[in-house]
Structures are given as C-alpha cells and as structure tokens.
Design a protein around this ligand. Sequence first.
Ligand SMILES: Nc1ncnc2c1ncn2[C@@H]1O[C@H](COP(=O)(O)OP(=O)(O)O)[C@@H](O)[C@H]1O
Ligand SMILES: [Mg+2]
Length: 361
Amino acid sequence: MTGAGDRLRAILDSLRVGVIAIDANGRTELQNAEASRILGVSATATRGRKLEAYLGPEHPALSLFAEALRNQREVSAHACTLPQPFGKEPLIVDLAASPIGVGDEVDGAVLTLRDRTIGSELESLMDQRALSELFSQLAAGFAHEVRNPLGGIRGCSELLSDKLNDSELQRYPELIRDETDRILRLLDGLSEFTRGGDLRLQPVNLHQVLDKLLELHSHAAGWRGVEVVREYDPSIPELELDPDRMTQVFLNLVRNAVQAMGDRGRLVLRTRMDAQFQISSDEKGRLRMVRVDIDDTGHGISEKDMPHIFTPFFTRREQGTGLGLAVSQHWVVRHGGRIQAFHLPEGGTRMRVQLPVRRGA
Ligand SMILES: Nc1ncnc2c1ncn2[C@@H]1O[C@H](COP(=O)(O)OP(=O)(O)O)[C@@H](O)[C@H]1O
Ligand SMILES: [Mg+2]
C-alpha cells in the first residue's frame, strides 16, 4: 500500500466507530479495526468475501446494506443486538448503511457500527439506582406511618379479648391480632431497606464472604441433597464492600436457589472478572466489575414471572414475603453494582451480581 494508503488505513483504524465498505457485488473491500472487534472477525478473513458468507444470512447488517443499495439512500437501525462468537455476551450496536459511488453511479456501500453496549449498561445501572432509592424512601415512610396505628389496633384487640367472655366471639380479636402481627412482620421486612442505611465499606475478600455463608447455612434443612460447587477466580482483587450487607444479599440468593431445588440439585457459585467491561485498554470512563454467578438446577422462573421478581412483595412461595430479591437489589445497587436473573438452558436459574472494583485495586 502507498504511504497515503497506509495513512488512511491508520486513520480508519483509530476510529471508535466500525467501518466496512462493500463493492457493487456485495464483497468486502475494507474493514477497520473497530468493525473487526464488533463483528468478531478479522479484516483478512473477510476481504473479498461476501458478507453473508461470514456473518450468516440473518445478520441485521445484510438487510441494511440491501436497502441502502436498493433505495440509494442512507438507512439506519438503532440498538441492534449482535451475537458474538465463543459464547461472549452480545453487543448492542447502532448501524447505518450509505450508498457510495462516483456521480450518480452507485457501486457499493459503507456500513458504520457504533457500540452502545457500555452506554446501555450505564443507563440500566442508573435506572436501577433511581428506582431503588425511590422505593426505599417510600418503604421507610410507609413503614413509619403504618406501624403506629397498627400498634393501636393490636392493643384494642387485646382489650376486647379481655372483656369478651363469650368464646364464640373470642376468635375475632384473635384474628385481628394474628393479622396485625402478619402486617408487622412485613413492615420488619420493609425496614431492611433502610435499617442502618449507610454502608460500612471495608476491603473484603469476596470468597471469604461466600465461604462463611456456605459454612453457616449448608447444614440447614433442605440442603441435604444439594451439591455445592465453588468455581472461584483466584485473581479477583479485594472489593470495597459492606460485608454484613453483602452476606445478607448472597444468603437471600442462595436460599432462593436451594428453595427452588427442593430436595436435590446442584448449586454453583462462580466468580470472575467481568470481561465485558474490560474490552478497551483505555481505562478512562470504563468500569471494572467482578461477577458472581449463582446457578441452580431448580424449577426455574417462568417467562411471565421474570419481569416481576425484583418487585417488592412479588412471591410464588406460600411462606414468602417477596422481599428477598428487592432487598438484595437495593443493597447491590447501593454498592454501585447490579443484579440480574437468567434462564439456564437446562431449566434452572442464574442470579448474577456485578460489583465494581475501585480504581487502583
Ligand atoms: N433461584 C430461583 N429459582 C426459581 N425461582 C426463583 C429463584 N429466586 C427467586 N425466585 C422467584 O422469585 C420470587 C421472589 O423471590 P424473593 O424476592 O426472594 O421472595 P420470596 O423468596 O419471599 O418469595 C420467588 O417467590 C420465586 O418465585
Ligand atoms: Mg427469597
């Protein structure tokens, strides 16, 4: 390549936008470094080949190219999910295709790809944080306002009970007392959101937190047939955490997993550095996260329930309060992290907690 060609190549490769040019026959002429990263194929592997040969016939880039050539104008598609090779997380990408040519003659097209994955991740983190703060304020106000009148109602039912000798009527004040107690228990659950609202952060070895929790609880009822597997990544650094809070979070998750498995199953606790947040050598503005996956082989979560499991009071269990996941999400978010649920192909559930690594750690 000429000096000017090399220079152009270097400029294209330095862009934070993926660029691919195809000729009139749909064969790839040029592909810059960012496009190679987003598509997961190298430029040498694609040069001179048709797009569908290496992206597959279903790839959204194909229809975009076809439309740009057919209508001879720019077409774009926002927030496309692009699958990645080797089981990596899909990327969220904005695509735009424009026809190119000399004069009126169209003899090819250019596609640009903008990776929005990091931006979307940050947006969803912000959403979780705002919602969680709002709920915790509501919960605190609500619990405070309701506790006093309930105390009054409970006291009156006891007075009534003392006055009523008639055993037929006696059961009514008892009913009032039992039901009031049930509401008071729920209020206790709600105050988990706010009790000691400040985090007591300290450097913590995450694996020690998990080990201690397993040691304390694995003798409990319901664990007998559960095989516990630890797949820890020894390279993860210490994290700045509130150990009590995070123990409570992981305990909630592990309990749910064990409950979902009934008598027997396999519980896997896996830790690792989150690759998705390390894609750039440029550390500025990027988050380094540690990921903890808790996989179970339980009954799973139905498609219908999935959007609701973090909502306070949502429960499918007879004795449930529906506060375990809501409280867990609250504390994870307060740590600057995130919590998500996934279906596992074998039918169980994966709960994923991501926690930030402070700069310099
Ligand atoms: N690991 C899991 N496997 C299957 N279902 C789960 C799992 N974790 C949570 N769930 C579902 O989410 C609901 C809410 O969980 P949670 O907030 O902990 O409340 P609770 O345990 O009191 O029901 C559960 O009732 C259950 O239906
Ligand atoms: Mg629970």
